[in-house]
Design a protein around this ligand. Structure first.
Ligand code: 7TS
Length: 403
């Protein structure tokens, strides 16, 4: 893999911040976008902007074809059984809200959902919102010192009231890659379906929903070199067919009268209103990019960055790294002594180094770790060892400045 050839495809990497070369280490929040995705968006706005599934016009047909070709592509890419199992949403958050809202009709007071300590708020709050209508108990799988789930406790959480397991594939704070295939098998042995939040997995790991046997799998395009405003919900057809629509509006109906409405076939039943068809079409170019580089090369490069940077960071006095599982993606959450995460992030920014600080939308995890927040550096395929060196050298200076 030639990282310079990859970098050349990302125009933003040429910009300066505070007079320094941008070093972008906030890929967990959103990754950068290769030129082919940007060009696909521009091409569609300049040649093919017509609303999808509506028109007799040639350009509406072309726009529809581009959207539906992406749906087929995503279905193949995930190894889904059919493109009817691919619902386009605004992102992971909306995909999880869709499932929570739609499934909630079938929940009863006293039902239970199993989550984990390391969930993003997007995989906690939608389940709590059901609680406005029904009394639902969240049962939470704890983590060990390395930031890994305790599977023995997980096994013990199933009761006759369990209705669903919702778990992240990869933690956005700890980087832990959870054994979701095993967790799904355990849930299925108990007769329970599983929703996997794959937001932090798809940029780094080849996902095969059949091999995992996931019932629902959610992710966002913008974290995997794609455009903002587009997400995917994969759902097994037998579940999606049973579930009522999430939102009402145009294009999700078969027939509407003031007395009665019947709904469209899958997946359109779940896609009310005009979708981000430009972004959806451009998502296929992000998949092209990932396929071209290849997951093996992406993983090898990112793991090299992760182990090299971690090793160098550990030399800094007072360094505390949160999340040390051997099965970890390239995310490093840390603190130095008792220094405030925000101060460290600010000082890194003065050198053009973009990281994220704070609770990372995972406040229950922060409580479990006994902290308020961390600094988080996260890598993508275009990051380099030179950038890692500059990052660590800056951290060394920050550490000695802060004393
Ligand atoms: N789930 C996980 C595991 C995430 O990391 C995120 C976003 C989401 C869901 C929500 O994704 P969205 O595209 O719908 O917003 N995580 C982060 C983050 O770690 N920093 O900024 C956003």
């Amino acid at each position: 893999m030639d990282v310079n050839k990859i970098r050349a495809q990302f125009p933003i990497l040429e910009r300066k911040v505070k007079g320094k070369d941008l070093i972008y280490l906030d890929n967990t929040a959103t990754s950068q976008t290769p030129l082919r995705v940007i060009e696909a968006i521009q091409h569609m706005y300049t040649t093919t902007k017509a609303n999808v599934h509506r028109g007799v016009s040639s350009i509406s047909q072309e726009a529809t074809d581009l959207q539906e070709a992406t749906r087929r592509r995503v279905a193949q890419w995930l190894n889904a059984s059919s493109e009817q199992e691919i619902v386009f949403t605004r992102g992971t958050t909306e995909a999880i809200n869709l499932v929570a809202s739609s499934l909630s009709d079938s929940f009863e007071n006293g039902d239970e959902i199993i989550l984990t300590t390391m969930e993003h708020h997007a995989n906690i709050v939608p389940w709590q919102l059901i609680g406005r209508r029904k009394r639902i108990t969240l049962r939470v799988v704890p983590i060990n010192q390395r930031g890994e789930l305790d599977l023995d406790i997980y096994r013990s959480l199933f009761t006759e009231r369990t209705r669903l397991v919702a778990v992240c594939h990869v933690s956005n704070v700890l980087g832990t890659v959870n054994p979701v295939k095993e967790m799904i098998a355990i849930a299925h042995a108990n007769g329970i379906p599983v929703l996997v939040d794959g937001a932090q997995a798809v940029p780094h790991i080849k996902v095969d929903v059949k091999d995992l046997d996931a019932d629902f799998y959610a992710f966002s395009a913008h974290k995997m070199y794609g455009p903002t405003g587009v997400g995917v919900l994969y759902g097994k057809k037998r579940y999606l067919e049973m579930m009522p629509p999430y939102q009402g509006g145009g294009e999700m109906i078969a027939n509407v009268s003031f007395e009665h409405t019947t709904f469209a076939e899958l997946p359109f039943k779940f896609e009310a209103g005009t979708p981000d068809f430009v972004g959806i079409a451009a998502l296929s170019k992000a998949l092209d990019f990932i396929d071209e580089v290849g997951y093996e090369a992406i993983a090898a490069h990112e793991h090299k960055l992760l182990s090299y940077t971690t090793e160098r960071m550990m030399q800094i006095p007072g360094m505390r790294i949160f999340g040390t599982s051997p099965d970890k993606s390239a995310v490093i959450s840390f603190l130095i002594g008792n220094e405030h995460h925000y101060d460290i992030g600010m000082l890194l920014d003065t050198q053009g180094i973009a990281v994220r600080t704070g609770h990372h939308c995972a406040q229950p995890l922060m409580h479990a770790l006994g902290i308020e927040g961390t600094v988080r550096a996260s890598f993508a395929v275009y990051n380099t060892i030179e950038e890692a060196d500059k990052f660590v050298a800056t951290l060394e200076r920050v550490a000695s400045m802060l004393g």
